[in-house]
Design a protein. Sequence first.
Lengths: 117, 153
Amino acid sequence: MADSSCSQNIIRGVRHQGKAMILELGGEIDLKCSAALKAKFAELYKQNPQVLVVNMEKVEFLDSSGLASLVGALKWCRQNDSEFKLAGLCKRVKSIFEICKLESIFQIYDSEDEALS
Amino acid sequence: MAKIDAKKSESLTNTQIELRIHANPDYLCVVRTAVRQTVCIFGLQEDKAESITLAVVEALTNVIRHSYGGPCEKPIIVGLNKICCGDKNRPAVEIVIRDFGKQVDTEAIKSRDLDELRPGGVGVHIIHSVMDEVEFSHADDCGTQLRLLKYIT
């Protein structure tokens, strides 16, 4: 299911700031595109980021398949002594973390600036 | 291309709004928009509309993955109704999701333990958390019907 159009749709860019790698996501992340997100994370792991920040300010929807990609990334970071942070979740997206009792498992920040400070 | 049996394509009866899609993740966004709008028209606030939309998407994802074994051109029917039910005739949003795929033991469809941090497997938990009533049943010919209910008041 992962294809370049999905990737282009949800993956808005990758930047570096200091020791942090920032993955910017957008759009609606569901079964259609979650495989592309998982593949992107796998690509980023090769760079061995010390801090991986996912900017989700432009993410409008996230279901459990998208959430699974984020859980996978969190687990990789924990196993590799990296920090994993989420930033800019809108109310709709934050609610799935609350329903699944993951809001305290992830480091969630209101903005990218707060995540990086 | 396999022919779809006409009997298996019958609509849900007495449905106010009905969507029929192929079991293709490309169409989940269409269902999301329709469910969000419909649920608001039926009288629920936006935050509840969002959570119900999520529950429906989780159900459809499970149909695509498990009932059909992956994306295909087989149908999924989503019916939305505003009904009154129960002893006190409470208004509620009823959503019925019908597939024509592999039947699984409905007793085995359960939420998993959330204490274990691992990807996946939380769709059923989300559905049960959001909706007031969740009922799986086997259809006579094949497939499964999932009935979801959310009280408006």
